[in-house]
Design a protein around this ligand. Structure first.
Ligand code: MG
Ligand code: MG
Length: 275
């Protein structure tokens, strides 16, 4: 059952989402060759607790850490390790926070140093697809509009949309109804109504959409070993329009706001003004 939120509840989700965004911004400064996922995990846990939050993933379904850290061919749910990142890696970091009874949940795929142009394209297109999906979250549309917008954008580039993992409703529970697939048809699924809060999170593979489960019980990787990207925002439907509660601003700021990141940030603003 979908739990529609009051404006006061949405404000609480926004506070949790912003703490996640700030945590990712803090981590952005640390990500370089030689750094390990376990080190980032420790930093993130301390930062979240110092700012009045509780790590949202730690212990959730038994997950052992604060961050999901999924390098290169790992799609999501990677467990932080002591293996140092290398130049040219990409690292998807997913972070959750619980504060004042509500969750925030956000993900970003970071570059370690310089990455290949093919990989950079995957990151750019995946992030664009997130905004295409968000733009569909408005009154009169259905859940299927969101997934359709994401899928049709990324498939133009020959990328694969992971089917088994989806976005979700967000609130006092991390994963609420409805499920938000990154594929689908417009006009299908539940109608979008004010008070809906979704975590929209395209998980896009450079090659096949097929995935494999590691035997650690958590990590998911691409079946063909090609890289995968993951970007996630928390979005509320307010007065018929999408409002992004999380932000990549802190990440772009930490990275010195390169032009393409700046552009994505501008798109966040544009979507808010468009409707
Ligand atoms: Mg997440
Ligand atoms: Mg999520």
């Amino acid at each position: 059952m979908i739990k529609y939120k009051t404006k006061a509840q949405i404000e609480k989700i926004r506070q949790s989402a912003l703490l996640v965004s700030k945590t990712l911004g803090m981590l952005a400064k640390e990500i370089k060759p030689g750094v390990t996922g376990l080190y980032l995990d420790k930093l993130a846990e301390e930062y979240i607790r110092d700012h009045g939050g509780i790590p949202g993933f730690l212990g959730l379904y038994g997950f052992p850490n604060t961050l999901c850290i999924s390098p290169n061919e790992q799609v999501v749910h990677g467990i932080p390790t002591d293996k140092p990142f290398e130049e040219g890696d990409i690292v998807s970091i997913d972070c959750g926070v619980k504060m004042n009874g509500f969750y925030g949940d956000q993900a970003f795929t970071f570059q370690v140093g310089e990455v290949s142009p093919e990989v950079k394209k995957l990151l750019d297109v995946t992030r664009e697809s997130l905004y295409k999906g968000i733009a569909q979250m408005r009154r009169g549309n259905r859940i299927g509009h969101i997934g359709h917008a994401i899928q049709s954008h990324v498939e133009q580039y020959g990328y694969g949309v992971v089917r088994e993992l989806v976005g979700h409703g967000l609130g006092s529970v991390m994963h609420e109804d409805p499920q938000v697939p990154n594929y689908g048809l417009p006009g299908k699924g539940k109608k979008l109504k004010n008070g809906l809060v979704l975590a929209i999170e395209p998980m896009i593979n450079m090659g096949t959409h097929k995935i494999i489960h590691y035997n650690d019980g958590w990590t998911i990787k691409t079946a063909d070993g090609l890289p995968s990207a993951h970007f996630e925002h928390d979005v509320a439907l307010i007065d018929g329009k999408p409002e992004i509660l999380s932000t990549f601003y802190y990440i772009f700021d930490a990275l010195g706001m390169e032009s393409d990141e700046e552009d994505a940030f501008r798109k966040e603003k544009l979507i808010l003004e468009e409707y």
